[in-house]
Design a protein around this ligand. Structure first.
Ligand SMILES: [Zn+2]
Length: 301
């Protein structure tokens, strides 16, 4: 996408994977035929495969440049991570680093890495494989982890779960989080945390629980505008029509639905630019509210 400018802040999208298809009932277990058909009709084949009916996601990472700093928001799935139960996350081999370079960012220039949460597709490029070892991808960065999210994943890892899906999540700690701690690059933060407040730009974190208990959103304010990185509060634009529709990975589906609806209401009321993790390009847009119904107005790419 063209960089989005909020005063002195510039935001770039770096898409790790454009097309990440899911069987609709695997992504949203409670989806009805009616919801799926309406989504196919209203959103079209970029979002709902016309032949298979699969729902199409992307994996978007974002870069904020402000006050001479470079901040990465969510680092995607990462390459060569072993996720044998979570096959959609298993053994990626994407040109993420080349795309980062195309956005003008070298890993050693990154100052801060933020993860909205610690599912495998949001912190994978925290590390890369070098000489057989998982090594921080961004050697000079501080990696900010929400304390409760970090503690949840660390406890899961220490419990050595037998369940194969939980084992894959636990392994995310071993290959994408623990190496950052070992390199003394990890900082645990609370759910209200200011990352940067300088030169008329403010970047801050806040809790948006439900998908995970410690899920964070990232706010950027600059030039009188507001953009919000929503991580996995919302997965697919069909959820604007049915905000209560839970994603299969929502840890607390009811809390996730409340958080999602509150996000939509806030974005619609404030004309906030929403930067979702998983919408196919152009990804960014504004939430429109008409009566009780929400829809999405995409920004041009
Ligand atoms: Zn995700």
């Amino acid at each position: 996408m063209n960089d989005l400018h909020l005063g002195e802040a510039a935001i770039s999208r770096v898409t790790e994977l454009e097309r990440w298809p899911f069987i609709s009932k695997e992504l949203f277990p409670a989806i009805t035929d009616e919801i799926a058909e309406r989504a196919a009709r209203d959103l079209g084949p970029r979002f709902v495969d016309a032949v298979t009916g699969e729902l199409i996601l992307s994996i978007n990472c974002y870069v904020i440049r402000a006050a001479g700093r470079i901040i990465v928001v969510d680092s995607g799935n990462g390459n060569f991570k072993e996720r044998p139960a979570l096959l959609a996350h298993h053994r990626f081999d994407t040109p993420y680093l080349e795309r980062l370079a195309a956005a003008g960012v070298r890993p050693e220039e990154v100052d801060v890495v933020v993860s909205t949460h610690l599912h495998p597709d949001h912190c994978g490029w925290n590390t890369r494989l070098e000489a057989g070892r998982w090594t921080p991808t961004f050697p000079n960065a501080v990696y900010l982890f929400g304390r409760s999210e970090f503690e949840w994943l660390e406890a899961l890892f220490r419990s050595d779960p037998d369940d194969p899906v939980l084992a894959d999540l636990a392994h995310t700690f071993a290959d994408s989080v623990e190496p950052v701690v070992r390199a003394e690059q990890a900082v645990l933060v609370g759910e209200e945390h200011v990352v940067l407040d300088e030169g008329g730009v403010r970047v801050s974190l806040r809790g948006m629980p439900g998908h995970t208990g410690g899920h964070l959103a990232v706010d950027v304010y600059g030039g009188g505008r507001h953009a919000l990185f929503s991580g996995d509060v919302i997965h697919h634009p069909l959820q604007f029509a049915v905000p209560e529709l839970a994603q299969g990975g929502d840890q607390d589906p009811e809390q996730a639905a409340r958080t999602r609806r509150a996000l939509m209401e806030e974005c619609a009321a404030d004309r906030t630019i929403l930067l979702p993790a998983h919408f196919p390009g152009p990804a960014a847009g504004r939430v429109i509210r008409e009566g009780g119904r929400f829809s999405f107005d995409w920004l041009p790419d």
